[in-house]
Design a protein around this ligand. Sequence first.
Ligand SMILES: Nc1ncnc2c1ncn2[C@@H]1O[C@H](COP(=O)(O)OP(=O)(O)OP(=O)(O)O)[C@@H](O)[C@H]1O
Ligand SMILES: [Mg+2]
Length: 146
Amino acid sequence: MFKVVTKSTAETEALGERIAAVLSGNEEIALFGDLGAGKTAFTRGVCRGLGILDGVSSPTFALVNAYRGKYQVYHFDMYRITSVDDLFSVGFYDYLDTGILIIEWSENIESELEDDAVRIRILKSDDENERVFMIEGLDDYADTIC
Ligand SMILES: Nc1ncnc2c1ncn2[C@@H]1O[C@H](COP(=O)(O)OP(=O)(O)OP(=O)(O)O)[C@@H](O)[C@H]1O
Ligand SMILES: [Mg+2]
């Protein structure tokens, strides 16, 4: 695990871009963090790093948004998902290994995450423009990402 601090939305997007550069196309990226933590901003950066330049927003109502860039990306928002039954009914398991999965509100489906998922916890701090990212599962790339 390693930690990255960002001091603006743009820095969070840039962090997402650096992470995009080390992905191979079928990772599960589980995002944890409160309302307004920056999960969607981070996702926008990852997508930009994959050449997906617009249209990235919280899929709160759609549950999942699909984007195609260098790799296929499925962007989930689990805010309203509270049970494994719900996950089955939205077909979540069919997406595994079909692209990069980026999952907002992973708190709600933690027991269903893959063992090797990349886990990213985003914490707010006293400064309203600062966020702390605790990143698990990408230690081999820490030098490139930091
Ligand atoms: N360092 C930072 N990184 C990311 N966002 C920041 C930062 N500083 C301020 N912000 C602001 O915080 C908000 C983050 O919003 P965003 O939609 O990305 O959060 P979210 O975690 O996806 O929330 P939700 O749970 O509602 O989907 C934006 O308004 C953004 O401008
Ligand atoms: Mg969001």
